[in-house]
Design a protein. Structure first.
Length: 137
């Protein structure tokens, strides 16, 4: 009996996004349950890295993003299926706007590059698998 109760508790905990409270629930069943992302929205998972606007980490034009805008903090390089201007909310990091494109080998995958101010911050960020939500779908 104890094993069944433990199994049910763990299943419910995993389904609700590993949360003991309702303030940071990352999943919903689509039934309008409010979670950290808003009413009835389902987050997606992607691989996030960071880059700076330097020629070593971009193409030959580091002062302009693929969208035509100048680099700014809050911009991100996104897969090609996302239009420029699409806003994403990243778990524990805030909102970013898709302004740039990932390298050709990552454009069809669920990978993102967050623009950072300096190289040390980008290196410290590393590579993370995070949940995100498209804000302006």
């Amino acid at each position: 009996m104890k094993k069944i109760i433990l199994f049910l508790f763990l299943s419910a905990w995993i389904f609700t996004g590993f949360s003991l409270g309702d303030s940071d629930v990352l999943f919903t069943s689509g039934n309008g349950v409010k979670n950290a992302y808003g009413e009835g929205k389902m987050p997606r998972t992607g691989v996030f890295t960071a880059y700076t606007a330097s020629t070593a980490q971009t193409d030959q034009k580091p002062r302009i993003m693929a969208s035509g805008n100048k680099p700014y903090i809050g911009a991100a390089a996104c897969p090609k299926y996302m239009e420029f201007g699409t806003r994403i909310r990243v778990q524990g990091m805030g909102e970013y706007t898709c302004e740039d494109r990932m390298h050709r080998r990552y454009r069809d995958k669920n990978r993102f590059d967050i623009l950072m101010k300096d190289q040390n911050r980008a290196v410290d960020f590393g590579k993370k698998q995070l949940r995100y939500e498209i804000v302006n779908e």
